[in-house]
Design a protein. Structure first.
Length: 137
């Protein structure tokens, strides 16, 4: 025989939600006030001003290099030895400003010949030297 005891009904624990909601709202208000919204601004640049403006002619000097003995400056043919002399006379007669140069070269020329031509152009004061290429599509 077993003795049966009367069970006591324990009240279940209840979590009161009202204080938790109050704390959450206070945290939301705190973070809204404490957070700063920063707008991103661009950098202010002080661009340099040009003092001496010169017009650059749109027609560059055309130099065709085919071999050491066949260099064409404009419409004058020469070799590498006379290249500097013709370049100086071409500069004095036709070009008052040191203009840009486009070098057209054959694919079979030596690299050293191309470097020699570019060195002479640099010594003579040409600063804009471009190499022409053929586009293949």
């Amino acid at each position: 025989m077993s003795i049966k005891f009367a069970r006591r009904n324990k009240p279940k624990a209840l979590v009161d939600m009202v204080p938790m909601i109050d704390i959450v709202f206070q945290l939301i208000i705190f973070f809204m006030v404490a957070t700063t919204v920063k707008t991103i601004t661009g950098m202010e640049l002080d661009m340099p001003k040009a003092e001496n403006l010169t017009n650059i002619s749109s027609v560059p000097l055309k130099i065709v290099v085919l071999s050491r003995n066949n260099i064409t400056i404009g419409d004058k043919k020469t070799d590498i030895a006379g290249f500097r002399n013709i370049l100086q006379t071409e500069l004095k007669t036709n070009y008052s400003l040191k203009k840009s140069v486009i070098i057209y070269g054959d694919k079979s020329i030596e690299y050293q010949l191309l470097i020699d031509v570019m060195d002479v152009l640099r010594v003579e004061g040409y600063e804009s030297i471009d190499l022409a290429i053929n586009k293949k599509f």
